[in-house]
Design a protein around this ligand. Structure first.
Ligand code: ATP
Length: 282
């Protein structure tokens, strides 16, 4: 049996309790023949996968295999990169996410994103949460919304007495939970997380993982992580990517294997997955 190691090439670590996989019968996203180009370079080639509702899907793989590129496709963040072009199809509840009539701003409200480095607005804790709802015309009681949202993000008790202080005065882990709270304040359906814990210490990381687990009862979460223990601990399904090198020496990211997390870590179907998770390459 393979133990997920903390880092490629790292030491073996103790077994984790895998989460029960859930059905894909009620998909949020269906990805078919997805390729992403930066200029002429096909950075990711022919990705096919289905993302289930209210579950955590982890994306793992060596540096440069296209994980961030793929996660950015799910809320059209690649639209903001002038050289990027997306081919193939991503359906969101059976609707073409890249269809002409689809508004990318609305896409990013329904499909929020949390980044590697916590990036709160240089405003008060309160205003970080209130900003999105205000902009989208929220008519209810903002104080209540701020309290509910911060409670939901497991941050209320730590910040309730200093809501008017700058968000930048919080610790890195608190800032990241604030960013998650800011994302959920506008009631998205999906939260994308691109290495959300890579700038955090183990205690702050554990708090984010607990939060992810709780949020997955309500939201659909896709997370890119370099930490295989984290993928094993938190996710229901895992996608393993790698990069092939072609005749011209160009690297193209590929989805090698996508399955229930327990299968990826205990009985991977592909030797490359086995080699990666056991730390033999990376
Ligand atoms: N904005 C960009 N412009 C041009 N090429 C890019 C851009 N972003 C990524 N790439 C290229 O696309 C490929 C995949 O990069 P990407 O960042 O998606 O990989 P990754 O698996 O997330 O890597 P890492 O784990 O190091 O963050 C790489 O060859 C990278 O150089």
């Amino acid at each position: 049996m393979t133990s997920p190691s903390d880092a490629p090439g790292g030491t073996k670590t103790p077994q984790v309790a895998f989460r029960d996989a859930r059905t894909l019968a009620d998909p949020v996203f269906e990805v078919g023949g997805l390729s992403v180009f930066y200029g002429d370079h096909e950075a990711v080639r022919d990705v096919n996968m289905t993302i289930g509702r209210q579950q955590i899907t982890a994306m793992i793989g060596p540096s440069g295999c296209g994980k961030s590129t793929v996660i950015r496709c799910f809320n059209r963040m690649n639209d903001l990169i002038p050289t990027a072009r997306v081919a193939g199809k991503i359906s969101y509840h059976d609707e073409d996410l890249y269809g002409r009539e689809v508004d990318p701003i609305e896409v990013r409200r329904r499909i929020g994103m949390v980044f590697q480095k916590p990036n709160p607005f240089p405003k008060s804790i309160y205003d970080n949460i209130a900003y999105g709802p205000r902009v989208s015309g929220f008519k209810g009681n903002l104080d209540d919304l701020v309290e509910e949202t911060l409670t939901h993000a497991a941050l209320w008790d730590e910040v309730k007495d200093k809501l008017k202080t700058s968000a930048l005065s919080l610790s890195g882990g608190q800032q990241q939970r604030l960013c998650i709270a800011r994302t959920i304040a506008v009631e998205p359906e999906v939260i994308l997380m691109d290495e959300p814990c890579s700038a955090l210490d183990p205690i702050a990381t554990a708090k984010i993982e607990d939060l992810m687990e709780r949020l997955s009862r309500e939201f659909t979460i896709i997370v890119v992580t370099h930490n295989m223990q984290q993928a094993a601990r938190v996710s229901h399904r895992t996608a393993f990517f790698t990069a092939d090198v072609d005749d011209k020496g160009e690297r193209h990211g590929r989805l090698v294997e996508y399955d229930e997390t327990i299968r990826i870590f205990e009985h991977p179907a592909d030797q490359r997955t086995e080699d990666y998770i056991s730390g033999r390459f990376g």
